[in-house]
Design a protein around this ligand. Structure first.
Ligand code: ARG
Length: 565
């Protein structure tokens, strides 16, 4: 049963207002002692010509006895509804135990496809911390949309095309050493790429050479293509190692190169629609009506660029997937780029441009600079992940030296801690990277939530009994009820997260759920000898439901659980 819907029906009955209008204003009170759902009577003040507190009082009196609503109380201008605790608890807990991992799923997205593009690192360059931010947010968003019934497609728009590959080939021809590259590909390719830039300052003719190589590449020259392919393959092996560690995967790695032969059509379309104009030899689309700089489509030397490839990619995605939404999880510094390309698409008459969304995120700051230095100044993601796992392992070894599967546990917690840190706040906020808070087992962290789950699982293991029929009227204390209410809020948190493309709603949700669970655990003994068997059974059902939902919610963040820690 849906208590919210039921209560809204009741309010409709006693006020005679439009149901949708009521649904739009009811809210969850800030404190449990104010009830489960509140109806602000202000919207009636005008028509009834009465003060809201008076209206609230009158409505409270109108509400007759009800098996699902315990009482309705007028407080100020609000009418606060209190659900029947044992009925509500029975409803929620039974549903969770029945549905298991499917609890909280919805079918609102049925028949619709959402594309989530995320990570998108550049080949032959390190996978940096900004790409990790994108990976964490995108991975979570994709899971959130899937939870809501959307068909999702995970896209990795690899940065694998552009003039820089002419430079890289040129550098490789001069200094490439296969044996060294094979050993540490990205680092070595980066080194020769950096060296190219240093050298080109002294010998500008190298730039021409590099341009020549890129031209060869664009023309499909066999030698240049083979080298490019080799760099791409080597990079992908490294990226995939990181994705495996993170538990992340993609449906498509169609990167910028994939669209290189799909650009002429875009240029043609823009030409046909009279959108292209010349500016300093380049072909651009004017966007002055939006107060943004023109979008360059063709450079003066005829070469296409990042923006052109993105427009071709969007058109391809529209044709291939007929998307409901096409989401780009890319750092906020690229906001202007997306504004420009979406505007060009709109000018081309593509209405679906409105369904393209740039989901930006902030910067990552490293205050303590105590990160691994194997790679010099650049922060290599793999090093960060390994460091997190190692630090977690140290903590576990100290706390529980006899634990058996320490390495495996440390991996899940160490990786979880990092993902959590990226999903903790609104994504546009900058992140201060701090091991102390990330690995604080008592703070706002993945380990804290994971620990709550493990604690619950350990109770269930120790009790070792089938739950069967439960008398839910035995678990209606404030702590128990607050926990049930929090469990019930799962679906809303997921919807909020999708609506705003903000995984932190789910993160905050699961953190609060863990908090509520720990409060319950501390005030409601379960396995103590003097606890009535029926009470124990009911509490065990609540523990089991809590674990189920903590696991699902963490799963939406891409964070795994461990059975003990
Ligand atoms: N490879 C780019 C970078 O590292 C990100 C690509 C973003 N996606 C896109 N469709 N432009 O900055």
């Amino acid at each position: 049963m849906d208590y919210r819907a039921y209560t809204i029906d009741k309010i409709t009955e006693i006020t005679g207002l439009d149901r949708a209008a009521i649904a739009a204003v009811v809210e969850i009170p800030p404190e449990q002692k104010l009830g489960d759902l509140a109806f602000p009577c202000f919207i009636l003040a005008k028509t009834l010509r009465k003060a809201p507190p008076v209206i609230a009082k009158e409505l409270a009196e109108k509400l007759s006895e009800d098996e699902n609503i315990e009482k309705a109380e007028a407080v100020g201008g609000y009418l606060n509804f209190f659900y029947n605790r044992s009925g509500f608890t029975k409803n929620v807990v039974t549903e969770v135990l029945e549905k298991g991992g499917d609890y909280g799923k919805s079918d609102m997205g049925n028949g619709k496809t959402v594309l989530v593009e995320y990570s998108s690192p550049n080949i032959a360059k390190p996978f940096h911390i900004g790409h990790l931010f994108s990976t964490a947010v995108g991975n979570s968003l994709e899971r959130i949309y899937k939870q809501l019934g959307y068909k999702t497609v995970k896209l990795n728009h690899l940065g694998d095309w552009g003039t820089q590959f002419g430079k890289l080939i040129c550098a490789y021809k001069m200094w490439g050493d296969d044996a060294v590259i094979e050993k540490d590909p990205i680092n070595e390719l980066l080194k020769i790429y950096v060296r190219f830039h240093e050298e080109a300052e002294k010998r500008p003719e190298l730039e021409d050479e590099a341009r020549e190589y890129f031209k060869l590449l664009e023309e499909g020259d066999a030698d240049a293509t083979a080298l490019w392919q080799h760099f791409r393959d080597l990079s992908l092996v490294e990226f995939k190692r990181v994705y495996d560690m993170l538990g992340v995967s993609f449906d498509s790695y169609a990167g910028e190169s994939f669209y290189s032969d799909k650009m002429p059509e875009v240029v043609e379309i823009l030409k046909e629609k009279n959108l292209l104009e010349e500016s300093n030899g380049a072909q651009v689309v004017d966007l002055s009506e939006l107060n943004v700089p023109p979008c360059i489509i063709l450079k003066s030397d005829g070469a296409t660029i990042y923006a052109t490839r993105d427009i071709a990619a969007a058109l391809y995605r529209h044709r291939t997937y007929d998307f409901h939404k096409n989401i780009y999880v890319v750092g906020t510094p690229q906001a202007l780029h997306f504004k420009q390309i979406f505007a060009v698409m709109k000018k081309a008459g593509w209405d679906w441009a409105d369904d393209c969304v740039h989901v930006g995120f902030g910067l990552v700051k490293f205050p303590d600079k105590k990160l691994s230095t194997r790679h010099g100044d650049v922060v290599f993601l793999e090093d960060v992940l390994n460091e997190s796992i190692q630090k977690t392992l140290d903590i576990i070894t100290e706390n529980s030296p006899e634990m058996e599967n320490k390495e495996e546990v440390a991996k899940k917690i160490g990786i979880g801690a990092i993902l959590y840190a990226f999903l903790k706040n609104s994504r546009e906020k900058d992140i201060v990277f701090s091991w102390d808070s990330m690995l604080d087992f008592e703070g706002e962290s993945a380990p804290y939530v994971q620990y709550s789950y493990a604690r619950g699982r350990s109770i269930l293991r120790r009790a070792d009994e089938a739950i069967g029929d439960v008398d839910f009227s035995l678990i209606t204390s404030d702590e128990e009820y607050a926990l049930v209410s929090q469990i019930n809020a799962f679906g809303d948190a997921v919807k909020d997260a999708a609506e705003k493309n903000e995984p932190f709603y789910v993160n905050r949700y699961v953190t609060n759920l863990a908090r509520q669970f720990n409060k319950f655990y501390n005030s409601c003994p379960i396995l103590k000898e003097d606890i009535e068997p029926d009470v124990r059974k009911a509490r065990l059902a609540l523990v089991s439901a809590s674990c189920e939902v903590i696991k699902s919610a963490l799963g939406l963040l891409g964070i795994e659980t461990v059975e003990s820690m």
